[in-house]
Write a protein that binds this ligand. Sequence first.
Ligand code: ATP
Ligand code: MG
Length: 256
Amino acid sequence: MSNNLISVNNLKKSFGGLKAVDVQELSFKKGELTSIIGPNGAGKTTFFDLISGFQSADSGEVSLKGKNISSTQPYKIARMGMVRTFQLTKVFDRMTVIENLLFSGSNINNDSFLKSFLKLNSQKLYESNLKEKANQIMNDLNIGHMADSYARELSGGQKKLLELARSIINEPEILLLDEPLAGVNPKLAEDILSLITKLSDTGITILMVEHNIEAVMKISERIVVLAEGSLIADGVPNEIRTDTNVIEAYLGKADE
Ligand SMILES: Nc1ncnc2c1ncn2[C@@H]1O[C@H](COP(=O)(O)OP(=O)(O)OP(=O)(O)O)[C@@H](O)[C@H]1O
Ligand SMILES: [Mg+2]
């Protein structure tokens, strides 16, 4: 088997007459830290929706670890190890920070209710392990002091951190991050970036959509560029920086 974790083929999605995604071939290797960039409306979020099962494509195929997941539901894809965050954070405002984490973490348990019931003791152990893990993650992300605050009391940046915390509690193999730095102050952005780098160093495969080009250039091993739904460039940061198609997509053609 190839070492591609995710592959897409002829993936298409339109809204009315608008082509949101039209990607012929694109693959991501295990362990890579790739950024997906492109102007507003380029199709980045829709691309994430298609590969994480939150929307279905009009045509084409997505495979994860060699398995066709084109019509697999998001929660099943998450259980296969691919977890995503959202451009607009989706934390549970009426739960506390720790409850948000425990709730997400409880997805790890794939056992049936009966099996869990028969294993009450191990269930208790599992719960205390989960709590320990949640505390560790909160401390790593500097939100430990907010454990018992309601999520709605967090700043926009802290909500981004909480969402990130929720996405890593299940120890995913693949993380899709949609604009993890948007609306985050520069200090917090630095923290988030170093966390992403650390996660990548542990071997997690990361795809990050981000408009902060400086951050993208700094941490990415590879950059994929979308414009009007299509792939227009794919390379290491230095190649992308000087790519004329990319410059045109962002700035418009010189004669326009
Ligand atoms: N549910 C929808 N209905 C109609 N059009 C949509 C829908 N979702 C996305 N689009 C359109 O599809 C195109 C791609 O949108 P998408 O959100 O994927 O872009 P993006 O690259 O994530 O942009 P941004 O950088 O602003 O987040 C845009 O023109 C958008 O208006
Ligand atoms: Mg988007």
